[in-house]
Unconditional design. Structure first.
Length: 358
């Protein structure tokens, strides 16, 4: 069936596209394109993280795109990814698919962040090639079955995937790892996955390990990722995570602590966007992740509101621009009426500031 397209182009010009349209069912005018335009976002469970990813407190991870969460061990990568899966499952009815490379995903931990494991597909993989082939075939099947936009996928993690050659060498008793082949295989996987994610409207999340370059004279803000440059080049967004341990704050009744945790109640989570195709990159926010209660949805917003002049800071006390006293953060951090006042004004500021020029 011939495509009908609303356009100011002359018929002679449209006729020149007929062969492309016949060969490629996804080709269209840019004004009618739905593949390269993000129309939905998946909440991360943390408004500050939503903001630096999408330019909105109510946004988050871009639908039908590839987003990576990278960092050293124990920086909350798996927690954040599983939280996104859980919210997408609960609020949008999406079916999570978890490609597990570390044997670290279990029913108990997923239930802890709100996932219903009876509605999660679990796929253990050990090589880049297996992960690529199975994921690409799955997305082809999604499109063929007309189930676009029904699934959200995580790969946890890229860094633990081996190349097929590495496993073959191990079987032969060889111990020389070829990181060049793994990097090429990962680049091939990310190249194929990126396009298929758009055509099948499948959101892809991945985690990966980072490390410092030992040859660098000074440490860089942006760390190197395991597996070469492919994951960085092909992703729409990459969030680099870091952590700083925090002692239990006895003065804060909302800061819960496990008695045997040596008075460490959680850690400050640093979140830096090292790549972003939707808003300017290198935006940084901090949030507090409590070991018992997780990441509060409002965590990190107070400092963001101060930075954008939505609330005023006077020592350790806060007030509104009109002079209304809020007091210490702990006294108003759980007051919904205060947030109902702050959030619309902060959202307006962020939408104005977190956008590319013009």
């Amino acid at each position: 069936m011939e495509k009908t397209q609303k356009t100011a182009l002359p018929k002679a010009a449209l006729d020149c596209f007929k062969s492309i349209d016949k060969l490629n069912s996804d080709s269209t005018l840019l004004s009618e394109n739905s593949l390269s335009t993000v129309t939905d976002w998946h909440d991360t469970g943390c408004m500050a993280l939503n903001a630096i990813l999408s330019g909105s407190l109510y946004g988050g991870v871009a639908d039908s795109r590839v987003t990576g969460f990278v960092g050293p061990s124990a920086t909350g990568k798996t927690y954040i990814v599983n939280k996104i899966l859980a919210i997408a499952q609960r609020e949008k009815g999406l079916i999570p698919v978890i490609f597990d490379t570390e044997g670290a995903i279990d029913e108990g931990s997923t239930r802890g962040v709100g996932l219903d494991p009876t509605r999660v597909k679990y796929v253990p993989v050990d090589t880049v090639e297996d992960c690529r082939n199975q994921l690409c075939q799955f997305m082809d099947d999604v499109k063929a079955a007309g189930q676009q936009g029904k699934f959200i996928v995580s790969i946890d993690s890229l860094g633990n995937l081996s190349s097929a050659k590495e496993l073959a060498d191990i079987a032969k008793g060889k111990d020389a790892a070829d990181m060049g082949l793994k990097a090429k295989a990962l680049k091939s996987m990310m190249r194929n996955v990126t396009q298929k994610a758009q055509t099948s409207r499948t959101t892809i999340l991945f985690t990966n390990h980072t490390y410092d370059d030992p040859s660098a004279l000074f440490p860089k803000m942006q760390k190197n990722m395991s597996g070469g440059s492919g994951p960085l080049y092909m992703s729409s967004c990459v969030v680099q995570l870091s952590r700083k341990e925090e002692k239990h704050n006895k003065d804060n009744e909302n800061d819960e602590v496990i008695p045997e945790a040596n008075m460490y109640s959680g850690f400050t989570l640093g979140m830096l966007t090292t790549k972003n195709r939707f808003v300017p990159p290198f935006l940084k926010q901090e949030a507090y992740l409590n070991y018992k209660t997780g990441l509060d949805i409002y965590s990190g917003l107070k400092d963001m509101a101060v930075a954008h002049g939505v609330i005023m800071q006077d020592g350790s006390r806060n007030s509104l621009p009109d002079g209304t006293k809020l007091g210490y953060y702990k006294t108003w951090s759980q007051k919904q009426d205060v947030w109902d006042y702050i959030l619309p004004k902060l959202e307006e500021k962020i939408k104005a500031v977190y956008k590319f020029g013009g």
